[in-house]
Design a protein around this ligand. Structure first.
Ligand code: ATP
Ligand code: MG
Length: 228
């Protein structure tokens, strides 16, 4: 069984009089262990696709099955719990909470799920060590560099042992050297843990790290090929 099976996904956004057909019928299957890169022009529907498969938004038509579960069958509350416990997200702007330490930011998904900091701190610490930040556990985001913030965000995405990691332009706000380091780290940690990654990126070098490259254009999949 495929880990992810999206069938004929459509998404229409309405803003007053205007409608935008962001996705016009996208079907894709992703198996466990794949590292998928999604590329395509600005406005082509990449983030929309990632949001739909990650249950951050609901499609106008079509369905998403993740680990055998149809996301459309979930209530909003059940969907947000599924996201918190089974998925990991890495965004372009890191989305760290400014008043929390690196350790607390990493632990946050488990804290939101009711765990105590005492029980999850060792795991958060271990993940921070894996991303090379064992010396930065007590720093707040403002006391970290951009690359360090993104490494904290990666550790946070992995802390719940997610089924699937979704990343949207994870290197969009980093210089090319920090970007390469973050990508190598993300792919290495995901691979080592036997996890699955779907990553949106503008950067062809970043896309080449994956095992598979999907190109989205005008709300449709234009090509889907093995990585280099
Ligand atoms: N909430 C929204 N309301 C209305 N239109 C939207 C909304 N979100 C996205 N769109 C439109 O849907 C289309 C696809 O947007 P999307 O964010 O998926 O593109 P993208 O491929 O991720 O682009 P980029 O590379 O610039 O991030 C765009 O034309 C965008 O303007
Ligand atoms: Mg986008």
């Amino acid at each position: 069984m495929a880990l992810l099976e999206a069938t004929d996904l459509k998404k229409t956004y309405r803003r007053g009089e205007q409608t935008v057909e962001a996705l016009r019928g996208v079907s894709v299957r992703v198996d466990r262990g794949e590292l998928v890169s999604i590329m395509g022009p600005s406005g082509s529907g990449k983030s929309t696709l990632l949001h739909l498969v990650g249950g951050l938004d609901r499609p106008s038509a079509g369905s998403v099955r993740l680990d055998g579960q149809a996301l459309e069958s979930y209530s909003d509350g059940a969907l947000s719990r599924f996201r918190r416990t089974r998925l990991g997200f890495v965004f372009q702007f890191f989305n760290l909470l400014p008043n929390l330490s690196a350790l607390e930011n990493v632990a946050l998904p488990l804290l939101l799920d009711g765990a105590s900091l005492g029980t999850v701190a060792p795991k958060a610490r271990e993940l921070l060590a894996q991303v090379g930040l064992e010396q930065r556990t007590d720093h707040r985001p403002a006391q970290l560099s951009g690359g360090e913030m993104q490494r904290v965000a990666i550790a946070r995405a992995l802390v719940g042992d997610p089924l699937l990691v979704l990343a949207d332009e994870p290197t969009g706000n980093l210089d090319s050297k920090a970007g390469v380091a973050v990508l190598e780290l993300l792919q290495k940690t995901v691979r080592e843990r036997g996890q699955t990654l779907i990553m949106v990126t503008h950067d062809p070098n970043a896309a080449a790290y994956g095992t598979r490259q999907i190109r989205v254009q005008d709300g449709l999949i234009a090509s889907d090929e093995p990585g280099r």
